[in-house]
Ligand binder design. Sequence first.
Ligand code: TRP
Length: 464
Amino acid sequence: MATPRAQWSGRLGFVLAAAGSAIGLGNLWKFPYITLENQGGAFVLVYLAAIAVVGAPIMAAEIILGRRSRRNPVGAFGLLSEGKPGGRAWKGVGYLGVVAGFVILSYYSMIAGWTIRYILLAFSGSLGELAHSPESLEAFFGSFLANPGAQVLFHTLFMGATVAVVFFGVGRGIERAAKLLMPILFVILMILAVYSITTPGFGRALSFLFRPNFADLSASSVLEALGHSFFTLSLGLGSMLTYGSYMRRRDSIPRSTLTICALDTLIAIMACLIMFSIIFSFDFEVSKSSTILFTTIPVIFFKLPGGAVICGLFYLLVSFAALSSTISILEVVASFAIDELGWHRRRAAVTTGVAIWLFGILSALSVGGVQTLSSFNPIGRPSTLGVFGTLDYLASNWFLPVGGLFIALFTGWILTREETRDELEEGNGRLGWSFGIWRFMLRFAAPAAVGAIIVSVLLGAEYQ
Ligand code: TRP
């Protein structure tokens, strides 16, 4: 492996690829419905605080580990822990990340596949007929979930697109895809945002999001906001670490981190404004909230003039956002195979992609198609949705927080003050007091907050 490690062509390439990783179903599907469930206002404020106090410091930590080691997560922990307390045991954190990536991608691709079905449905005009009533749309969605052939087909299409991008590598694959997809995504979002301002519900959406009422805030909302800040920023499994390993030394880690966090937050808030403006305009009763993206949103879009086009654009936006995220998860697993097993990139992309695709079929069949998989519930949680629900529970509640905790502890306590300061100042210039604040948050605030999530999950609280 004499070839030097690939690099992004510049700061923009890195920032767009990393923002592409962060911006995904977490922003467009999950954040709106958990914000509705948690009564907006105060929840949004806690979420913003979680991004600032826990998310941003850990993102910088991941990028430091990647750029300093120029390796995948397993290699990074192996290299940077040499001669340090704990030694090679730290590689376990990297392995946890690779496994988490494998698991998360397997079902994320299934959900992302649903958006392809809805793009086709919107542009072909048939969504318009279904969207006359929420009942017919719910019936359609239910039968779509229960159709094994359709589930496997769209999961396959989405994994295929993901593998195709990773196959072409960092510059010609990932960076090129990000530079194409992200600007289109911003434009579609702007069109929809301007549109939402003209709807009568916009004012109510604004006050729902930004007028906090702390009486609405429960302990579980706080934990949910914290947990979500991890997922939405792609933290805990090494996506940011791996992307950081391709970063040029002359680019600034602190500035890139702030830009990525700001973009991710902006998109999440805009997604809420768009959806809530329209929902509130029609005084709509939002039922099963985790599926609003597929059952409620079309009904509402189709009440507007030009509904088919707007709705089609909207699902296109969601699928682009999801694709730039799935790429960043496959890249973790593929770069592990490339660095640690010595495989060529093409072989790594295809082999790991096919393995994840095969595993994902279990989830795709578990959302309604195959009874034994839908009732699979080894953990015994009441609301678990078969294989898919179990894997999501394990990954979001355990793998990501535990991974994030160890990333924070390693960077804050095992690397020296000088090592981390050097890396943050490289390409940035001298950091004053802000370095001290960052290090404090990484050493104390982030572990305490993530520790609280883990303890609450241990005690059986349900925060996802
Ligand atoms: N952040 C993405 C989203 O919001 C998903 C994602 C990509 C992710 N890479 C990740 C989540 C790594 C956790 C860890 O949809």
